[in-house]
Design a protein around this ligand. Structure first.
Ligand SMILES: *Cc1c(COP(=O)(O)O)cnc(C)c1O
Length: 367
C-alpha cells in the first residue's frame, strides 16, 4: 500500500502564491524590502528586538555561533539527539561539539548533566528545542551565568513554542530557527536569527553578507548566507498562519495522546512544566517488539512515519572519524525506540483514527 497519510505536508495557499508573484514582478528578487519586512514581523512575533534572516537554519546557526565569537579550540555543549546540522554548525567554526545526554522523558538535553561537561574551553551551551518543546531553560541560564557562557538556542523546530510565558527564541543570548518545508512554517529553504543584543545582531548581519559594514566595505570574514525576497514573501504569508497551524498540530497531538496512552507498549510525549509544545514532531516511544517492525507495519498500512533521529550525532561516520567515542545511553535508547507520527495541520480526524487503529493492531501483534 502507498503512504496515505504522509509525515509532512507543507501548506502553500493562494496567499503565499500572491506574495511571491508580487515579488517576482517587483524587480527585487534577492535580499530586499521583503526580507526586512519579514524580519520585523518575525522579531515582533517572538518578542525580540532583532531578527536576521538567512538562507537556512544551518547558516543561521553557523552565523549565530560566529557572532558570539566562537572560534577554533572552543567547546560548545549540545545534545547528540538532534539533526546533524546542530553539531555540524559547531564544526564549521572550528570548535568542538561536546555532547551531553538527554532526559528520556522530554528527549531534550538534561540540564543536570551539563555542569560535568564544562571545561576551560567551553564557550557556550546550545540546547535544541526538540520536536517543538522547550528545554527546561532556567537551570541552563543559571549554569551559563555561573560559568560565564553564552546560550544559543537551536529553535529550528519550535516556532511559537512557549517557556514560562516567553516564546522560545527569546530565552538565551541568541536563537536560530529553520524554515525548511517540513517545519511548522516555511520559506522553502530559509532560517532566521533572533536576539535582543544589538551588537550580536549587527555582527550577524555582517556575517550574512560577506562581513560588510557598509556596501563594499568588509571588516570581518563573512559569507553569502542571505535570504531572498522570494523566500521572505512566503515567510510573511506563513507567519500569518503559524498560530492556526500550531493550534491544529496541538489539537491533533492531544487527540493522539488521549487515545494512545493506554495502548500497551506505547509511551506518548511528556510535557515540560509551564511550557507550550507546538509539536513540530509527535514522537512516541515503543517499548515492546522491534521499533523497525512497528514502522514497517505502519507504513504497510498507509501511515507515514519518521525517525527523529536514528543515529546520535557522535555516532555518525563523520564524528567517528573525528575521534568521538561517546556512549550516551539515553540518547542511544531513544534513537532505537522513537517513531514520529503524522501530526501536521492537514491530518484529519479520520486520519488520526486510522493511525490509532493501526497502532492498536501493532501493539497486539508485537510482544
Ligand atoms: C531543521 C533543523 C536544522 C537545520 O535547518 P535547515 O533549515 O534545514 O538548514 C537545525 N537544527 C535542527 C534541530 C533542525 O531541526
Amino acid at each position: 500500500m502507498s503512504i496515505e497519510i504522509p509525515i509532512a505536508n507543507p501548506l502553500i495557499g493562494d496567499e503565499e502564491i500572491k506574495e511571491v508573484v508580487d515579488v517576482l514582478k517587483s524587480g527585487f528578487i534577492a535580499q530586499g524590502p521583503k526580507v526586512k519586512e519579514f524580519e520585523e514581523e518575525f522579531a515582533k512575533y517572538i518578542g525580540t528586538k532583532y531578527a536576521i534572516a538567512t538562507s537556512s537554519g544551518t547558516t543561521a546557526l553557523h552565523t549565530a555561533l560566529l557572532a558570539i565569537g566562537v572560534t577554533s579550540g572552543d567547546e560548545i555543549i549540545t545534545t547528540p539527539f538532534s539533526f546533524a546540522a546542530t553539531g555540524n554548525s559547531i564544526l564549521f567554526t572550528g570548535a568542538r561539539p561536546v555532547f551531553v545526554d538527554i532526559d528520556p522523558k522530554t528527549f531534550n538535553i538534561d540540564p543536570e548533566k551539563i555542569e560535568d561537561a564544562i571545561t576551560d574551553n567551553t564557550k557556550a551551551i546550545m540546547p535544541v528545542q526538540l520536536y517543538g518543546q522547550s528545554v527546561d531553560m532556567d537551570p541552563i541560564m543559571e549554569i551559563a551565568k555561573d560559568h560565564n557562557l553564552k546560550v544559543v538556542e537551536d529553535a529550528a523546530q519550535a516556532h511559537g513554542a512557549l517557556y514560562k510565558e516567553k516564546k522560545v527564541g527569546n530565552l538565551g543570548d541568541i536563537a536560530c530557527f529553520s524554515f525548511y518545508p517540513t517545519k511548522n512554517m516555511t520559506t522553502s529553504e530559509g532560517g532566521i536569527i533572533t536576539t535582543n543584543n544589538k551588537e550580536l545582531a549587527d555582527i550577524a548581519q555582517s556575517i550574512r553578507a560577506h562581513g560588510e559594514s557598509k556596501r563594499y566595505e568588509h571588516y570581518i570574514l563573512g559569507y553569502n548566507f542571505r535570504m531572498t525576497d522570494i523566500s521572505a514573501a512566503i515567510g510573511i504569508a506563513q507567519l500569518n498562519k503559524l498560530d492556526t497551524f500550531n493550534n491544529k498540530r496541538i489539537a491533533n497531538a492531544e487527540f493522539l495522546n488521549n487515545n494512545l496512552k493506554d495502548i500497551d507498549g506505547i509511551v506518548t510525549p511528556k510535557l515540560q512544566d509551564d511550557s507550550k509544545h507546538v509539536y513540530h514532531q509527535y514522537t512516541i516511544k515503543v517499548e515492546k517488539g522491534n521499533r523497525d517492525d512497528w514502522i514497517r507495519f505502519l507504513n504497510d498500512n498507509g501511515v507515514g512515519t519518521g525517525i527523529h533521529y536514528p543515529i546520535p550525532i557522535y555516532k555518525q561516520e563523520l564524528y567517528q572519524n573525528l575521534g568521538y567515542t561517546d556512549r550516551l545511553l539515553e540518547s542511544e535508547r531513544a534513537a532505537n525506540t522513537v517513531i514520529s507520527l503524522p501530526i501536521h495541520p492537514s491530518v484529519t480526524k479520520d486520519n488520526l483514527n486510522k493511525i490509532i487503529n493501526v497502532l492498536k493492531e501493532a501493539s497486539d501483534k508485537f510482544s
